[in-house]
Design a protein around this ligand. Structure first.
Ligand code: GLC
Length: 424
């Protein structure tokens, strides 16, 4: 248990991490490994800032959306300044935009964060800023429905493993194996210069990441061509559940602003929710999971994202019960919930990035969903486990679920933010 004075000093450390990683209007996830602005990191970071500097919290999201493309797309990285410590940098993406950005997006948590920023704090004082941000959020969600839901089931199709935020998840092994890596050429990774290789994606993973990037770049980052011909097209359970929840939050914001046309549009997206749930239920696995839309095959792995059905409010009495039984089984195998891959999966590696370690921000989403679904005990456990991991180990990128050892970078912005906003 963390004592009151420990908690106070942890809070102070968390604030210092955010302040130290602040580059003026945006926050780097980690100064060495990730020296730019990342999309979903910034959303979580805003929740952390909101606990001590509300204006700065709004700015984090506003800065991200200032890099939005005219068609509504919001990039996963914004390269506000040069930094040779990261690969692939702006010249590799060649987005042709100012500021330079990547050409793929990330899980759309921003609308849900903005709703929290607005509802839980100074509503009158921030109404204008909400009204200015709202059309940008709406345009991003519309872009998802236009270009990333080709099946018209409200299912988000990821065009790159990085887009899912879960880079080397076992879910991508099958779909990525079909990607031709023979023309990738030479390149120099930077991540393995900063961090232990055993905690990072493999060389084969990286070749595939680069090959898919090269395809998008060759199209001039054309959303339509990518949606029809990209070599990797996977309906991601994580992004789908996150967008469902974000649409509900955006709908509430539309109501607050009295924007009835937006309300109707968002409602038409939300009506697709039951189809999304059915499409992502994997009968063989008996769990929610992602599915390759090129082959039609389920990805066949139970991951932490599988538990986001509660967050997405995709409710189904029988499947909900099965998911909770999985939680029970997994909790019996690890010291801390929720591992990013089922420990009974032979590909489970407790240190290798999205193939085992626990991520605080994913736990926040899972815990929030369980709470909303009336599963207070599970929500409490997920939150306590997150707090324990951070209190024992520090503000690391992720944690070994078996023994709470740190993995990835330290002084990580989103871990600090989630401590302040939820876990601590
Ligand atoms: C890694 C993570 C991704 C995150 C980024 C910056 O690529 O997989 O989710 O946004 O690092 O922290």
């Amino acid at each position: 248990m963390t004592s009151v004075s420990n908690t106070a000093s942890m809070d102070e450390q968390a604030r210092q991490i955010l302040i130290g990683n602040d580059r003026g209007g945006y926050t780097v996830p980690n100064g060495r490994v990730y020296p730019f602005q990342w999309n979903w990191d910034s959303a979580f970071v805003a929740l952390g800032f909101a606990t001590f500097d509300l204006d700065r919290a709004w700015r984090e999201v506003e800065t991200l959306f200032s890099a939005q493309w005219p068609d509504g797309f919001v990039p996963h990285i914004v390269f506000w300044q040069e930094d040779a410590g990261y690969y692939p940098g702006p010249s590799v993406w060649a987005s042709g935009r100012t500021p330079p950005t990547s050409g793929i997006t990330q899980p759309p948590v921003a609308a849900s964060v903005v709703r929290r920023l607005w509802e839980e704090h100074d509503q009158a004082g921030y109404r204008e800023r909400l009204a200015a941000l709202f059309p940008k959020l709406l345009a991003w969600h519309r872009w998802f429905h236009q270009f990333r839901d080709p099946l018209k089931k409200g299912v988000v199709v990821a065009m790159h493993p990085w887009e899912t935020g879960r880079d080397n998840s076992a879910e991508w092994d099958g779909p990525a194996a079909a990607v031709d890596v023979s023309q990738v050429g030479e390149y120099q990774r930077r991540d393995t210069g900063h961090l232990d290789q055993s905690m990072r994606p493999t060389k084969l993973d990286y070749d595939r990441f680069v090959a898919i990037l090269q395809f998008g770049r060759a199209t001039g980052w054309d959303s339509r061509t990518i949606s029809e011909r990209n070599p990797f097209r996977v309906a991601d359970v994580g992004m789908t559940m996150i967008l469902l929840r974000a649409n509900r939050d955006l709908l509430d914001l539309a109501r607050a602003l009295g924007d009835t046309a937006a309300e109707r549009e968002i409602q038409s997206w939300l009506d697709l929710a039951p189809r999304a749930g059915d499409y992502l239920w994997d009968e063989r696995l008996q769990a929610y999971g992602s599915r390759d839309i090129i082959t039609g095959q389920p990805c066949g792995a139970l991951t932490s994202a599988s538990f986001l059905n509660f967050y997405g409010d995709v409710r189904h009495a029988e499947r909900d019960g099965i998911m909770l039984a999985h939680a029970e089984r997994i909790a019996g195998k690890v010291g801390h919930m929720v591992p990013s891959l089922d420990p009974d999966d032979p590909r489970f590696e407790p240190l290798r990035y999205w193939r085992g370690p626990v991520w605080g921000v994913v736990n926040y989403l899972i815990g929030t969903g369980l709470e909303a679904a009336g599963q207070g005990d599970w929500a409490g456990q997920v939150r306590r486990d997150t707090r324990d991991l951070i209190a024992k180990t520090g503000f690391h990128e992720a944690f070994n679920p078996v023994n709470a050892a740190p993995t990835g970078g330290n002084d990580f912005s989103w871990t600090a933010a989630i401590w302040l906003a939820w876990a601590g």
